[in-house]
Ligand binder design. Structure first.
Ligand SMILES: Nc1ncnc2c1ncn2[C@@H]1O[C@H](COP(=O)(O)OP(=O)(O)OP(=O)(O)O)[C@@H](O)[C@H]1O
Ligand SMILES: [Mg+2]
Length: 262
Protein backbone atom coordinates (compact mmCIF):
# COMPACT_ATOMS: atom_id res chain seq x y z
CA UNK A 1 0.00 0.00 0.00
CA UNK A 2 1.27 3.48 -0.82
CA UNK A 3 1.92 6.10 1.85
CA UNK A 4 -0.77 8.76 2.05
CA UNK A 5 0.27 12.04 0.52
CA UNK A 6 -2.52 13.80 2.33
CA UNK A 7 -1.71 16.74 4.55
CA UNK A 8 -4.34 18.03 6.93
CA UNK A 9 -3.99 21.66 7.97
CA UNK A 10 -6.08 23.68 10.39
CA UNK A 11 -5.68 27.42 10.70
CA UNK A 12 -7.08 29.76 13.34
CA UNK A 13 -9.72 27.35 14.61
CA UNK A 14 -12.07 28.92 17.16
CA UNK A 15 -15.08 27.16 18.54
CA UNK A 16 -17.49 27.41 21.45
CA UNK A 17 -20.71 25.91 22.74
CA UNK A 18 -23.22 28.59 23.77
CA UNK A 19 -21.19 30.88 26.04
CA UNK A 20 -18.35 28.39 26.59
CA UNK A 21 -15.26 29.15 24.55
CA UNK A 22 -13.55 25.82 23.81
CA UNK A 23 -10.88 26.41 21.17
CA UNK A 24 -9.12 29.68 20.44
CA UNK A 25 -6.95 30.21 17.40
CA UNK A 26 -5.67 26.65 17.02
CA UNK A 27 -3.28 25.86 14.16
CA UNK A 28 -2.40 22.27 13.37
CA UNK A 29 -0.37 20.57 10.67
CA UNK A 30 -0.70 16.83 10.22
CA UNK A 31 2.06 15.83 7.82
CA UNK A 32 1.52 13.09 5.23
CA UNK A 33 1.91 9.57 6.59
CA UNK A 34 2.86 10.81 10.07
CA UNK A 35 1.21 10.52 13.46
CA UNK A 36 0.40 13.88 15.02
CA UNK A 37 -0.50 13.38 18.68
CA UNK A 38 -2.74 15.81 20.56
CA UNK A 39 -2.46 16.00 24.35
CA UNK A 40 -3.94 18.44 26.82
CA UNK A 41 -5.93 18.60 30.05
CA UNK A 42 -9.46 17.21 30.36
CA UNK A 43 -12.07 19.31 28.66
CA UNK A 44 -9.60 21.48 26.73
CA UNK A 45 -11.27 20.72 23.41
CA UNK A 46 -9.31 17.76 21.95
CA UNK A 47 -12.39 15.82 20.84
CA UNK A 48 -14.00 19.01 19.58
CA UNK A 49 -10.91 19.73 17.49
CA UNK A 50 -10.96 16.18 16.09
CA UNK A 51 -14.63 16.63 15.17
CA UNK A 52 -13.74 19.85 13.37
CA UNK A 53 -10.82 18.22 11.54
CA UNK A 54 -13.13 15.43 10.39
CA UNK A 55 -15.87 17.78 9.24
CA UNK A 56 -18.41 16.60 11.84
CA UNK A 57 -18.46 20.07 13.38
CA UNK A 58 -18.23 23.40 11.62
CA UNK A 59 -15.89 25.75 13.51
CA UNK A 60 -17.05 29.23 14.50
CA UNK A 61 -13.92 30.56 12.80
CA UNK A 62 -10.89 29.23 10.96
CA UNK A 63 -10.49 26.64 8.25
CA UNK A 64 -9.44 23.06 7.68
CA UNK A 65 -7.76 22.02 4.46
CA UNK A 66 -6.81 18.70 3.03
CA UNK A 67 -4.05 18.81 0.42
CA UNK A 68 -2.47 16.07 -1.62
CA UNK A 69 -4.00 13.25 -3.54
CA UNK A 70 -5.98 10.36 -2.18
CA UNK A 71 -5.22 6.90 -3.45
CA UNK A 72 -7.58 5.96 -6.30
CA UNK A 73 -9.14 3.18 -4.23
CA UNK A 74 -10.01 5.48 -1.30
CA UNK A 75 -13.72 5.25 -0.43
CA UNK A 76 -13.74 7.79 2.37
CA UNK A 77 -11.08 10.51 2.80
CA UNK A 78 -11.32 10.65 6.62
CA UNK A 79 -12.29 8.00 9.16
CA UNK A 80 -12.53 7.91 12.96
CA UNK A 81 -11.63 5.46 15.67
CA UNK A 82 -13.09 6.15 19.11
CA UNK A 83 -12.52 4.70 22.60
CA UNK A 84 -15.02 2.01 21.97
CA UNK A 85 -15.21 0.20 18.65
CA UNK A 86 -19.07 0.15 18.80
CA UNK A 87 -19.41 -3.17 17.02
CA UNK A 88 -22.81 -4.56 16.09
CA UNK A 89 -23.21 -7.63 18.33
CA UNK A 90 -25.30 -9.52 15.79
CA UNK A 91 -22.65 -9.31 13.10
CA UNK A 92 -19.47 -11.33 12.88
CA UNK A 93 -16.03 -9.70 12.82
CA UNK A 94 -16.00 -9.77 9.00
CA UNK A 95 -19.61 -8.53 8.97
CA UNK A 96 -18.69 -5.56 11.13
CA UNK A 97 -15.76 -4.67 8.87
CA UNK A 98 -17.93 -4.99 5.78
CA UNK A 99 -20.27 -2.32 7.21
CA UNK A 100 -17.74 0.30 6.17
CA UNK A 101 -17.99 -0.90 2.57
CA UNK A 102 -21.72 -1.39 2.22
CA UNK A 103 -22.48 2.03 0.74
CA UNK A 104 -19.72 1.62 -1.80
CA UNK A 105 -20.28 0.16 -5.22
CA UNK A 106 -17.35 -2.21 -4.83
CA UNK A 107 -17.89 -5.51 -6.62
CA UNK A 108 -18.49 -8.37 -4.21
CA UNK A 109 -15.09 -9.99 -4.84
CA UNK A 110 -13.23 -6.74 -4.27
CA UNK A 111 -15.13 -6.15 -1.06
CA UNK A 112 -14.22 -9.61 0.19
CA UNK A 113 -10.60 -8.96 -0.81
CA UNK A 114 -10.47 -5.75 1.20
CA UNK A 115 -12.01 -7.39 4.25
CA UNK A 116 -9.42 -10.17 4.09
CA UNK A 117 -6.63 -7.61 3.64
CA UNK A 118 -7.52 -5.49 6.68
CA UNK A 119 -8.21 -8.52 8.88
CA UNK A 120 -4.73 -9.79 8.01
CA UNK A 121 -3.24 -6.34 8.70
CA UNK A 122 -4.81 -6.26 12.16
CA UNK A 123 -4.02 -9.89 13.02
CA UNK A 124 -7.66 -10.99 12.90
CA UNK A 125 -7.71 -13.39 9.96
CA UNK A 126 -8.51 -16.35 12.20
CA UNK A 127 -11.40 -14.49 13.80
CA UNK A 128 -13.36 -13.44 10.71
CA UNK A 129 -16.37 -15.53 11.74
CA UNK A 130 -16.17 -14.81 15.48
CA UNK A 131 -18.82 -12.71 17.25
CA UNK A 132 -17.87 -9.52 19.05
CA UNK A 133 -18.84 -11.00 22.44
CA UNK A 134 -16.22 -13.72 21.93
CA UNK A 135 -13.41 -11.16 21.66
CA UNK A 136 -11.34 -9.33 24.24
CA UNK A 137 -11.52 -5.53 24.45
CA UNK A 138 -8.21 -5.25 22.60
CA UNK A 139 -9.41 -7.47 19.78
CA UNK A 140 -12.69 -5.57 19.48
CA UNK A 141 -10.66 -2.42 19.10
CA UNK A 142 -8.62 -4.11 16.36
CA UNK A 143 -11.89 -4.78 14.53
CA UNK A 144 -12.64 -1.06 14.78
CA UNK A 145 -9.24 -0.33 13.26
CA UNK A 146 -9.78 -2.89 10.49
CA UNK A 147 -13.17 -1.28 9.72
CA UNK A 148 -11.57 2.17 9.54
CA UNK A 149 -8.72 1.00 7.29
CA UNK A 150 -11.04 -0.89 4.92
CA UNK A 151 -12.01 2.33 3.15
CA UNK A 152 -8.31 3.11 2.49
CA UNK A 153 -8.64 6.53 4.11
CA UNK A 154 -6.28 9.43 3.55
CA UNK A 155 -6.59 10.53 7.18
CA UNK A 156 -7.29 8.53 10.33
CA UNK A 157 -8.56 10.42 13.38
CA UNK A 158 -8.19 8.50 16.65
CA UNK A 159 -9.79 9.67 19.89
CA UNK A 160 -8.22 7.85 22.86
CA UNK A 161 -8.49 4.48 21.11
CA UNK A 162 -6.74 2.58 23.91
CA UNK A 163 -8.17 4.30 26.96
CA UNK A 164 -11.02 1.85 27.57
CA UNK A 165 -8.66 -1.14 27.62
CA UNK A 166 -6.99 -2.85 30.55
CA UNK A 167 -3.25 -2.22 30.94
CA UNK A 168 -2.16 -5.46 29.28
CA UNK A 169 -4.37 -5.14 26.21
CA UNK A 170 -3.30 -1.55 25.94
CA UNK A 171 0.40 -2.44 25.98
CA UNK A 172 -0.10 -5.22 23.42
CA UNK A 173 -2.10 -3.07 21.03
CA UNK A 174 0.22 -0.12 21.43
CA UNK A 175 3.14 -2.28 20.29
CA UNK A 176 1.26 -3.02 17.08
CA UNK A 177 -0.19 0.41 16.52
CA UNK A 178 2.69 2.34 15.01
CA UNK A 179 3.49 -0.54 12.66
CA UNK A 180 -0.16 -0.79 11.67
CA UNK A 181 -0.50 2.92 11.01
CA UNK A 182 2.79 3.00 9.09
CA UNK A 183 1.83 -0.03 7.01
CA UNK A 184 -1.54 1.49 6.19
CA UNK A 185 0.40 4.57 5.12
CA UNK A 186 -2.16 6.91 6.54
CA UNK A 187 -1.91 10.45 7.92
CA UNK A 188 -3.03 10.21 11.52
CA UNK A 189 -4.17 12.56 14.29
CA UNK A 190 -4.17 10.74 17.62
CA UNK A 191 -5.65 12.08 20.86
CA UNK A 192 -4.48 10.63 24.16
CA UNK A 193 -4.17 11.44 27.86
CA UNK A 194 -1.36 8.95 28.16
CA UNK A 195 2.07 10.55 27.78
CA UNK A 196 3.87 7.22 27.21
CA UNK A 197 1.51 6.55 24.31
CA UNK A 198 2.15 10.06 23.01
CA UNK A 199 5.93 9.70 22.94
CA UNK A 200 5.84 6.14 21.61
CA UNK A 201 3.56 6.85 18.68
CA UNK A 202 4.05 10.48 17.74
CA UNK A 203 6.17 11.98 15.04
CA UNK A 204 4.96 15.24 16.49
CA UNK A 205 3.19 16.05 19.75
CA UNK A 206 0.94 19.08 20.01
CA UNK A 207 0.20 20.23 23.55
CA UNK A 208 -3.04 22.14 24.09
CA UNK A 209 -3.57 24.46 27.05
CA UNK A 210 -6.54 24.12 29.36
CA UNK A 211 -9.83 25.46 28.02
CA UNK A 212 -10.11 27.48 25.89
CA UNK A 213 -7.58 25.25 24.15
CA UNK A 214 -4.69 26.96 22.42
CA UNK A 215 -1.52 25.36 21.12
CA UNK A 216 0.89 25.66 24.02
CA UNK A 217 3.82 23.77 22.51
CA UNK A 218 4.76 21.47 19.68
CA UNK A 219 7.41 18.78 20.06
CA UNK A 220 8.80 17.26 16.90
CA UNK A 221 10.40 13.85 17.38
CA UNK A 222 12.96 12.54 14.97
CA UNK A 223 11.10 9.26 14.74
CA UNK A 224 8.51 7.34 16.73
CA UNK A 225 9.98 5.50 19.69
CA UNK A 226 7.59 2.61 19.49
CA UNK A 227 9.07 -0.70 20.58
CA UNK A 228 11.33 1.04 23.10
CA UNK A 229 11.11 -0.04 26.70
CA UNK A 230 8.99 2.11 28.96
CA UNK A 231 12.11 2.92 31.01
CA UNK A 232 14.16 3.96 27.97
CA UNK A 233 15.89 7.25 28.96
CA UNK A 234 14.80 9.12 25.78
CA UNK A 235 11.24 8.12 26.43
CA UNK A 236 11.32 9.06 30.09
CA UNK A 237 12.95 12.42 29.36
CA UNK A 238 10.32 13.27 26.77
CA UNK A 239 7.50 12.32 29.11
CA UNK A 240 8.98 14.60 31.78
CA UNK A 241 9.23 17.40 29.26
CA UNK A 242 5.57 16.94 28.31
CA UNK A 243 4.42 16.65 31.90
CA UNK A 244 6.22 19.90 32.76
CA UNK A 245 4.23 21.58 29.99
CA UNK A 246 0.90 20.11 31.04
CA UNK A 247 1.07 19.84 34.84
CA UNK A 248 -0.19 23.26 35.93
CA UNK A 249 -2.98 23.37 33.36
CA UNK A 250 -4.02 19.80 34.12
CA UNK A 251 -4.26 20.57 37.85
CA UNK A 252 -6.32 23.70 37.17
CA UNK A 253 -8.61 21.83 34.76
CA UNK A 254 -9.18 19.13 37.42
CA UNK A 255 -10.09 21.80 39.98
CA UNK A 256 -12.54 23.42 37.54
CA UNK A 257 -14.22 20.07 36.88
CA UNK A 258 -14.48 19.42 40.64
CA UNK A 259 -15.91 22.93 41.24
CA UNK A 260 -18.47 22.47 38.47
CA UNK A 261 -19.59 19.20 40.09
CA UNK A 262 -20.22 20.85 43.49
N1 LIG B 1 -22.03 19.36 22.19
C1 LIG B 1 -21.60 20.07 23.22
N2 LIG B 1 -22.40 20.97 23.82
C2 LIG B 1 -21.98 21.70 24.88
N3 LIG B 1 -20.72 21.61 25.41
C3 LIG B 1 -19.90 20.72 24.85
C4 LIG B 1 -20.28 19.90 23.74
N4 LIG B 1 -19.22 19.11 23.40
C5 LIG B 1 -18.23 19.42 24.27
N5 LIG B 1 -18.64 20.38 25.14
C6 LIG B 1 -17.80 20.99 26.18
O1 LIG B 1 -16.66 21.52 25.53
C7 LIG B 1 -15.49 21.33 26.29
C8 LIG B 1 -14.47 20.57 25.47
O2 LIG B 1 -14.95 19.26 25.24
P1 LIG B 1 -14.09 18.15 24.54
O3 LIG B 1 -14.87 16.90 24.62
O4 LIG B 1 -13.67 18.62 23.20
O5 LIG B 1 -12.79 18.08 25.48
P2 LIG B 1 -11.64 16.99 25.55
O6 LIG B 1 -10.36 17.73 25.57
O7 LIG B 1 -11.85 15.97 24.47
O8 LIG B 1 -11.93 16.35 26.97
P3 LIG B 1 -11.52 14.89 27.52
O9 LIG B 1 -10.06 14.98 27.81
O10 LIG B 1 -12.32 14.77 28.78
O11 LIG B 1 -11.87 13.89 26.48
C9 LIG B 1 -15.93 20.60 27.56
O12 LIG B 1 -16.09 21.55 28.57
C10 LIG B 1 -17.24 19.97 27.17
O13 LIG B 1 -18.09 19.85 28.29
MG1 LIG C 1 -12.22 13.92 24.53
Amino acid sequence: MTVSSVRLTARGICHGFHTLSVLEGVDLDAAPGEVTVLVGPSGCGKSTLLGILGGLLKPDAGEVRMDGSLSPDCLNPITYIFQDASLLPWRSVAGNVSLALEDSRLPRAERAGRIAEVLAQTGLSDFARAWPRQLSGGMRQRVGIARALAVHPGVLLMDEPLSALDAQSRALLLDDFAALIARAGVTCVYVTHNLAEAVLLGHKIVVLSRRPGRVQATLALRRPLVGRHIEDPDLVALQHQLWDLIRDDAARAEREIADAAD
